[in-house]
Design a binder for this molecule. Structure first.
Ligand SMILES: NC(=O)c1ccc[n+]([C@@H]2O[C@H](COP(=O)([O-])OP(=O)(O)OC[C@H]3O[C@@H](n4cnc5c(N)ncnc54)[C@H](OP(=O)(O)O)[C@@H]3O)[C@@H](O)[C@H]2O)c1
Length: 241
């Protein structure tokens, strides 16, 4: 899938992996629209991208807020054109320090599912129908190894990521033949605020830089046609030509 000239909507675009993806894709000639809750961080990232003469837009909104989803989809299409690539990247860990599942408040699980699963579901629904009418599009769910490994303490987050992966697989089957592709990408451990919140004692030197992971994800997107729709791809393991 071409990144150049594509309209790309990225949730969680103000810092970490989403920011790195926004920068890499905009530099490659995409029109990017970034979503995050906090306007100040978003504006900083937009400023950095525009400083390279690239096109970037920002929408301050919460993916866990159902009333924000259709405005997000509509505004991004109005700002950057119909969405060609949707990256469902924004995510929350829930309570930190990470509690065992038996110590997790039901309301905390609900909140994690709102942000990591229901919001992405709503946004994919709002965008993928128009993609299928145009006969092309790519929807990426940013996953985690916690979707497949049962790490104690990562319950709410892991459940949400496992469900996100499966949602991508089901959408993939249901959209077969439309030209709209779905995939999950596990970015691996990165030196970001989320990682620091989850594992404050980790040595940042042992973690991947989000910028390097973003470059790999861009390569995966350029070669998306080599993957089956619905595939779960581990960014650090896949070789793309
Ligand atoms: N870091 C890792 O080691 C790691 C490993 C595996 C998977 N991942 C996955 O990679 C993705 C990116 O993680 P990251 O480490 O880059 O996280 P991060 O540094 O914490 O950045 C999260 C981004 O999402 C935004 N965000 C958070 N909640 C939001 C909400 N409710 N609505 C809209 N935007 C929201 C944040 O901005 P605001 O706070 O302003 O909203 C920020 O831009 C996530 O899906 C994560 O699960 C990360």
């Amino acid at each position: 899938m071409e990144i150049r000239d594509a309209s790309i909507l990225i949730t969680g675009g103000s810092r970490g992996l989403g920011r790195a993806l926004g920068k890499a894709m905009a530099r490659d000639g995409a029109r990017v629209t970034l979503i995050a809750r906090h306007r100040e961080d978003l504006d900083k990232t937009l400023f950095e991208i525009r400083a390279f003469g690239c096109e970037a837009h920002g929408i301050a909104a919460d993916v866990g807020d159902k009333s924000a989803i259709y405005p997000m989809a509509g505004q991004s299409a109005a700002l950057a054109g119909p969405v060609d690539i949707l990256v469902l990247n924004a995510s929350t860990l829930g309570a930190v320090p990470l509690p065992l599942l038996m110590d997790t408040e039901c309301e905390d699980l609900e909140q994690v599912l709102q942000v990591n699963l229901i919001g992405p579901f709503r946004l994919a629904k709002a965008v993928a129908g128009a993609m299928s009418l145009r006969g092309r599009g790519l929807v990426i769910g940013i996953s985690s190894d916690a979707a497949v490994e049962a790490y104690p303490g990562w319950g709410a987050y892991g459940i949400s990521k496992a469900a996100l992966d499966h949602m991508m697989r089901i959408f993939a089957k249901e959209f077969e033949g439309t030209g709209v592709q779905f995939m999950s990408i596990d970015p691996g451990e990165m030196d970001t605020r989320m990682h620091a919140d989850a594992m404050p004692d980790a040595d940042p030197a042992t973690l991947a830089k989000p910028e390097d992971v973003a470059e790999r994800i861009c390569d995966i997107i350029r070669h998306a046609g080599d993957f089956q729709t619905g595939a779960r791809v581990v960014a650090s393991r896949v070789e793309v030509a």
